[in-house]
Design a protein around this ligand. Structure first.
Ligand SMILES: [Zn+2]
Length: 305
């Protein structure tokens, strides 16, 4: 009978990890996975998995499977089925149709170079051109006014979408749905209440909040954690030569989990590295606190050592 009773915190918290499968898991994405996992589990929450495989030629099922295998090897077990964005095009189109009804969508054939030359903020050039949709991108009109949210680590964040971003792409010229749209539709579909992700995505959050409001969706709480960068200050990624994590033995996995918590700033006791992956994660759940996390420059310093 006890299983019928779900505590409020369990019912309330739903987190997620949403990697883009453009290559195998590297230490940068493992740190993000560990952070969102620990935040969810320390709140007795659910932790869902989503593959952001919107770009099939670049993102393969093989890479997605490699990521999932590596997470399982690291004892990072998710709840429920994996959601694949490549299976969700119908839902994204529905969201675009909803925005179209609000007369917020227009076709645009401006090139990235034209926008860069005009200062990087899209000035609404095609708003009134009434181009036929076809070999064009679709943009969502932004409104004036400030979008503000409170990040649990970074504090209050604000952005004027019209002055700092401009009307933004929701469907690309090549027919692929844009990340900004898909992430909003899927966070709502998975009932996500808490988003924990890298600070490199914080600039996107106001656009996502704006779309949530237009589509009548709930707004999750956001935490943006520092990301591991290379010597050139670039976020680790397949493009920037991040090597896959080595999950070849229990000791290696313990080392990876220990290092992830160390990078995050949880200051694990050195002896913890000798423990099993499950015990290290249990320690992390017990000691998780966003107040103790390193900021971006502290993390950068730590990696330089
Ligand atoms: Zn345009």
């Amino acid at each position: 009978m006890a299983a019928l009773f779900i505590s409020m915190s369990e019912a309330n918290y739903i987190g997620r990890f949403a990697p883009s499968p453009s290559g195998p898991l590297h230490i940068g994405s493992l740190v993000a996975a560990v952070a969102s996992y620990l935040d969810a589990r320390s709140n007795n929450g659910r932790w869902l998995m989503r593959m952001e495989d919107l770009d099939p030629p670049r993102e393969t099922r093989k890479a997605a499977d490699q990521i999932l295998t590596a997470l399982e090897e690291c004892n990072l077990h998710w709840d429920g089925e994996v959601l694949y964005q490549s299976q969700r095009y119908g839902a994204y189109q529905e969201a675009i149709d909803t925005l179209k009804k609000q007369e917020l969508v227009f076709a645009c054939d401006c090139t990235r170079q034209q926008i860069q030359e005009a200062g990087g903020v899209y000035s609404g050039t095609c708003r009134h051109r009434h181009l036929a949709a076809g070999e064009t991108a679709l943009r969502c009109k932004v409104a004036t006014g400030l979008i503000t949210f409170r990040d649990r680590i970074q504090g209050v964040q604000s952005q004027h979408l019209d002055k700092e971003v401009g009307d933004f792409v929701i469907k690309r010229k090549d027919g692929l749905y844009a990340y900004q749209l898909a992430v909003v539709v899927d966070d709502a579909f998975q009932d996500i209440t808490h988003v924990v992700r890298g600070i490199d995505l914080m600039n996107s959050t106001p656009r996502q909040i704006y779309l949530q409001r237009l589509l009548g969706l709930n707004e999750p709480a956001y935490v943006h954690i520092p990301v591991i960068v290379n010597d050139q200050g670039q976020k680790l990624s397949k493009q920037h030569m991040a090597s896959p994590i080595d999950t070849g033995s229990k000791e290696k996995i313990s080392y990876l989990l220990f290092s992830s918590m160390d990078y995050l700033g949880l200051a694990p006791e050195p002896a913890l590295i000798m423990e099993s992956p499950g015990d290290i994660l249990a320690w992390g759940i017990a000691h998780w606190s966003v107040d103790n996390l390193l900021n971006q420059s502290e993390l950068h310093e730590k990696i330089q050592q």
